[in-house]
Design a protein around this ligand. Structure first.
Ligand SMILES: NC(=O)c1ccc[n+]([C@@H]2O[C@H](COP(=O)([O-])OP(=O)(O)OC[C@H]3O[C@@H](n4cnc5c(N)ncnc54)[C@H](O)[C@@H]3O)[C@@H](O)[C@H]2O)c1
Length: 346
């Protein structure tokens, strides 16, 4: 059993990871400023794990850029913090293009401030949420970790910068155990339907968009481009169930905690690509709803096809995805049907 600091632990991926880590017996402290999440999330995670909130799940409403908040987090348990899982950050590509200063501040400066606190508390084990966005438009498909890092938007650049920072920190002194996990497209929800993805405003990601069309909140799905060089003309992505992703974090943490100083860089994806139209059909089957859509112009910066080569993660972590597209759609729909307004009003 370890004491873990989970930054951004109330968010979409962090909340599912908290659940898996609580189920593994760890004690957690979540540091979240709730800028993109609901304060009701930790209680739901506690409920699902069968513990009472406060018992092995402490919450600090604070910011990773604020040293006092970090001090509270590192002092949450008398035995100290064994490792950090660092989910806190901003993730919207379009917003990052409009406000790069904000993205560099939260994602890069926030990570720097976290690493500084880790160093002063003697905690040198961290799992970092990176993204397939760091590959930009890769030359190889499926994408191996050895592919060039050449992000094409400010969001991806901040993720690449933190990866580099982690590398520099690891080289600066011995003892760091670091996993840089490059997620592909995290989707789905916990099968209970109690926690899931709750984007603010009109969703830009495919699954929340489709869900809101299926439930009748939005009229039509907008598909960005129908003339891509793919079999049906729509974009292909590698969708990973958020519970598979959460289990990937546990696997990475276990490998780090068992090993010596090391830095891992791993893709977390399924290795399978589905087109937007295939997802629409699968979601329609799972929800038994029709999903009206229109095909509009391609979106600037999109790639035709992005699929992970997950072989290295499978080898090093002894982990692979277990849930297929059908399960993803089923769980996503359960969450949407149960909480059509997300965490608000529920
Ligand atoms: N969801 C994806 O598609 C995806 C893909 C690749 C990588 N990632 C990365 O994974 C991580 C988690 O993503 P998510 O989908 O769960 O996002 P999310 O927005 O649901 O969760 C992020 C959490 O961090 C919190 N947060 C933001 N800024 C903070 C700050 N300064 N201090 C403390 N807390 C702060 C938010 O309130 C939120 O609870 C992010 O770093 C994201 O960039 C996400």
């Amino acid at each position: 059993m370890a004491q873990l600091l989970i930054t951004g632990g109330a968010g979409f991926i962090g909340s599912h990871a908290c659940l898996v880590l609580l189920e593994a017996g760890h004690r957690l402290v979540v540091l979240d400023n709730f800028s993109n999440s609901s304060e009701s999330v930790p209680a739901r995670v506690a409920e699902l794990s069968g513990i009472s909130k406060g018992q092995r799940l402490r919450i600090i409403h604070g910011d990773i850029r604020n040293r006092e908040d970090l001090d509270l987090a590192f002092n949450a348990y008398t035995d100290g913090i064994t490792a950090v899982l660092h989910f806190a950050g901003l993730k919207a590509v379009a917003e990052s293009i409009k406000d790069p200063l904000l993205y560099w501040d939260v994602n890069v400066n926030g990570s720097r401030s976290l690493l500084q606190a880790m160093r002063s508390y003697g905690c040198r084990t961290i799992v970092f949420s990176s993204s397939a966005t760091v590959y930009g438009h890769p030359d190889q498909m499926p994408i191996p970790e050895s592919a060039k890092v050449k992000p094409i938007n400010p969001y991806g650049k901040t993720k690449a910068a933190v990866e580099q920072l982690l590398n520099d920190v690891a080289e600066s002194e011995p003892g760091w155990r670091i996993a840089r996990l490059r997620y592909f497209n995290p989707v789905g929800a916990h099968p209970s339907g109690l926690i899931g993805e709750d984007p603010k405003g009109v969703p830009t990601n495919l699954f929340p968009f489709i869900s809101q069309v299926a439930i009748g909140k939005l009229e039509k799905l907008k598909i960005w481009g129908g003339d891509w060089p793919t079999p049906d003309g729509s974009c292909i992505r590698d969708y990973i169930h958020v519970m598979d992703l959460a289990e990937g974090h546990k696997a990475a943490l276990d490998v780090l905690l068992m090993g010596n100083s090391q830095i891992l860089t791993l893709n977390l994806g399924s290795g399978l690509g589905y087109s937007v139209l295939e997802v629409v059909a699968a979601f329609s089957r799972a929800s038994t709803k029709s999903i009206p859509y229109i095909i509009s112009e391609r979106r600037v910066g999109d790639a035709a096809c992005t699929v992970a080569d997950p072989a290295l993660a499978s080898k090093i972590l002894n982990w692979q995805t277990k849930r297929n597209l059908e399960q993803i759609c089923k769980d996503c729909w359960k969450w949407q049907e149960k909480y059509p307004h997300g965490y608000v009003q529920n």
